[in-house]
Design a protein around this ligand. Structure first.
Ligand code: FAD
Ligand code: UDP
Length: 365
């Protein structure tokens, strides 16, 4: 008998396992993939740590969480500054004075604000009702048309008029020449890759890979007092109210015989015609000097059973459906639901760690 059966060896499951071990509890972790780490898993190719499930940049404003991850391994001083390619034009992200200067040939914040204000005035949007209206009323028509519209439609597979406005509010908008993609106080990449951090968190727990919980639910449930489930909430309840919607991403990795392909870790392709959303060149996350390079093209697609669910589609319809599953989950006494899939929420890593620590505190004292 174990104290806890943890379903999923991703960040949430691993943080919970680590906290439980500190309290002398025993844990069995089952993971359906052939490796630990969930979506932050990194594998080494040509001496380069490749983020197999998409670029992961750690950023947080929470000092405690920053100290928590630094105690697990060293972080470098990487600052994410993506570049956007729109047809044959190139812009800095997030939306800042470098972007506006290139877009309009202007130089001062005053000029940029006037330009945006004049475009917004023509639109007459009083209360933004969707992502398109929100974006237009923040940055005006030119930035929306070139840097947001095509990328967002590719990313979400829906027109911007059918998407919630909060998605775009994740991105900073500033009137300084500052290309830092995040406003957070702390930022970096673990120099040995993320998998090493998760290995450390799982020390002392028994981990069974290639084990799908649902294939042997009854016998696994019988082996533990309580269950921490970090998979899909709707799947746990056999999709009884119908499936929640997710977006998935197809990653096409390629080893190239050159030492520097695009000069930056992240390059977004913002026009709709280019089929991928972005190209990641992994070595630049850790300032790699290898002779070769590894790049990944990201193609966003609608999730279907059997695919990996990456992004919850947090529109009204899905949020309502999620609440119905949440009510079932709240009534469980033996099962704790957590993580990005359990909460059906777009959680960054720092938020997942904070949620797991909070959950462990409530559970273990
Ligand atoms: P997961 O990592 O999804 O772990 C859940 C685990 O449960 C998986 O390993 C899964 O295989 C396993 N599992 C599911 N069902 C079963 C089952 N039935 N039986 C056994 N095992 C099961 N965050 C940032 O802070 N910065 C970023 O730059 C960033 N970039 C991202 C880019 C992409 C493309 C994506 C998708 C996410 C990104 N994130 C980023 C978010 C980050 O990935 C998550 O916050 C974090 O990985 C969530 O951890 P988790 O444990 O909740 O979920
Ligand atoms: N976005 C955009 N153009 C870009 C980058 C992002 O329009 O070049 C929009 C897009 O709708 C995306 C949202 O901003 O879903 C949030 O971007 P972020 O980089 O946070 O995306 P994620 O981390 O979810 O991949």
């Amino acid at each position: 008998m174990y104290d806890y059966l943890i379903v999923g060896a991703g960040l949430f499951g691993a943080v919970f396992a680590s906290e439980a071990r500190k309290k002398g509890k025993t844990c069995l972790v089952v993971e359906k993939r052939g490796h630990i780490g969930g979506n932050i898993y990194c594998e080494e190719i040509e001496g380069i740590q490749v983020h197999r499930y998409g670029a992961h940049i750690f950023h947080t404003s929470d000092k405690k969480i920053w100290e928590y991850v630094n105690a697990l391994g060293e972080f470098n001083n990487y600052v994410n500054s993506p570049v956007a390619v729109y047809k044959d034009e190139l812009y800095n992200l997030p939306f800042n004075m470098n972007t506006f200067s290139k877009m309009w040939g202007i130089r001062t914040p005053q000029e940029a604000k006037e330009k945006i204000a004049s475009q917004i005035e023509e639109l007459q949007i009083t209360e933004p009702k969707n992502l398109e209206e929100q974006a237009l009323s923040l940055v005006g028509t030119d930035v929306y048309e070139k840097l947001i519209k095509g990328y967002t439609q590719k990313q979400w597979g829906r027109p911007c008029t059918e998407l919630p406005s909060f998605i775009i509010r994740r991105l900073p908008l500033r009137f300084t020449y500052d290309n830092n993609y995040f406003n957070d106080r702390y930022q970096g990449i673990p120099t040995e890759g993320y998998t090493a951090l998760v290995e450390k968190l799982l020390e002392g727990a028994e981990v069974r890979l290639n084990t799908d919980y649902f294939a042997e639910k009854e016998s696994l449930d019988a082996q533990a007092e309580k269950i921490v489930f970090t998979g899909m909430l709707d799947e746990y309840y056999q999709f009884c109210y119908g499936p929640l919607q997710y977006r998935t991403v197809r990653f096409e990795a390629e080893v190239l015989d050159c030492d520097n392909y695009q000069g930056n870790a992240v390059v977004n392709y913002t026009d709709y015609e280019v089929p991928y959303t972005r190209i990641i060149e992994h070595k630049h996350f850790v300032f790699g000097k290898q002779e070769k390079t590894v790049i990944s093209r990201e193609y966003s697609e609608e999730w279907k059973p059997g695919m990996e669910p990456y992004y919850p589609v947090n529109d009204d319809k899905n949020t309502e459906l999620f609440q119905k599953y949440r009510a079932l989950a709240d009534a469980e006494e033996r099962v704790i639901f957590g993580g990005r899939l359990g909460a059906y929420k777009y959680y960054d890593m720092d938020k997942v760690i904070a949620a797991a620590l909070e959950c462990a505190e409530a559970e273990l004292g």
